[in-house]
Design a protein around this ligand. Structure first.
Ligand code: BGC
Ligand code: ZN
Length: 365
């Protein structure tokens, strides 16, 4: 069986590898789910892995199969599996358990272990293959009515977790009623977070570099948010105009922006960092001013990564509600389908082209 793989540590090594066909009974206790891949989304993480900034091969392999945003159809299930059956659409979580208490309670997304195991990213092969198998515990059903957005399940889970983390941690305030939010970045995470915050009734400004007019602006407006290009309006000018946000979700992929966002958060606000920055860049920050304002303003910074099956369910519920509130808008994120994964160079080139919003591979019809 063919797979799209990289050699971790070697730059631009994306290539086609051979893998044995996955076996249902390789998963113990009849808990296996065998899935035929329909679509796999790719994102900046795949690009960073191909640039050797990030990612490791599973033990015993010198390659890592890519793909962590999967949408597929169930082909067969073991006797102990009850929540999906052959013919159902599904997606799959990314992290696999480590040895800590969090992993034991199904919270692999907050493992206490330094090492983490992620399909398609770190120490576990991904889904960029014709078929794959996994434990029922990690397979999430995608409703028939959402199949056109199924490939966004994983990114949606990441956004759902980020927002959940803000609301959970802000319980420290006893009353938190955020009204104004900034979303930094208008890639898939920025746009889906914009949708989810609009669904929760917040006024949302989505801030990114891409100049107006364009698709990002159109999608944000269609969600009832406002797109702000930093080419035209600086972050400080935006704050002068609309005030300081109670919530900021940062998803630009730039650590400089992540730190810069600290300057503009409102008193009692929450800033959620979601960018995974594989490089080694450094940046200068006005640390005295930020430190003072954060202490005097009781502000909160929370990092959020990955999502467990509960976040996948929430993400799918939000995608569904999004279709009711803003029909047809979310599909517009899916700009760039690629037929098959046999041209890895082309996939990587498209990923590097900022005019493509979402690149995803159609593995099968
Ligand atoms: C994935 C997450 C993963 C993170 C860190 C992201 O691109 O969407 O599931 O936890 O990378 O590796
Ligand atoms: Zn990702």
């Amino acid at each position: 069986m063919r797979a799209l793989a990289v050699r971790p540590g070697i730059q631009h090594s994306a290539h086609i590898a051979e893998l044995p066909e996955p076996q249902l009974d390789s998963i113990p206790d009849g808990r296996g789910v065998l899935v035929r891949t329909l679509q796999v989304g790719v994102d900046a993480t795949d690009m960073e892995i191909n640039e050797a900034l990030y990612g490791r091969a599973p033990e015993g392999f010198d390659f890592l199969v890519l793909g962590h945003e999967v949408f597929g159809v169930v082909e067969a299930v073991g006797p102990a599996v009850t929540h999906v059956k052959p013919g159902d659409y599904c997606t799959c979580t990314v992290r696999r358990p480590g040895p800590t208490i969090y992993d034991l309670i199904g919270r692999n997304d907050i493992t206490g272990h330094e090492e983490y195991y992620e399909r398609g990213i770190n120490l576990r092969h991904g889904f960029m293959t014709e078929r794959w198998v996994d434990d029922a515990e990690f397979v999430v059903k995608v409703p028939q009515g959402l199949k056109h957005l199924g490939v966004l399940s994983e990114p949606a889970s990441v956004c759902a977790k980020a927002i959940e983390q803000a609301y959970l941690t802000q319980k420290r305030l006893q009353v938190w009623e955020p009204k104004l939010a900034f979303v930094m970045g208008a890639g898939q995470i920025g746009l889906l977070t914009t949708l989810m915050l609009r669904l929760r009734g917040l006024q949302v400004f989505t801030v990114a570099r891409t100049p107006n007019p364009g698709m990002k602006e159109e999608i944000c407006n269609a969600y009832g948010a406002t797109y702000v290009s930093t080419k035209e309006t600086s972050l400080d000018d935006l704050v002068k105009r609309v005030g300081k946000p109670d919530l900021i979700v940062e998803a630009t992929g730039s650590s400089a922006v992540a730190f810069d966002a600290m300057r503009v958060l409102n008193i009692n606000g929450a800033l959620v960092w979601t960018s995974v920055t594989g490089g080694k860049k450094t940046t200068e920050i006005p640390s005295d001013v930020i430190n003072l304002e954060w202490v005097l303003g009781n502000k909160l910074l929370v990092g959020s990564v990955n999502g467990n099956r509960h976040h996948f369910a929430q993400g799918l519920a939000d995608l569904a509600l999004g279709e009711v509130m803003f029909p047809g808008v979310t599909s517009r994120i899916l700009t760039t389908p690629v037929n098959g994964f046999d041209d890895p160079q082309r996939i990587m080139t498209l990923l590097g082209d900022s005019s493509q919003l979402k690149v995803y591979i159609k593995v099968a019809e």
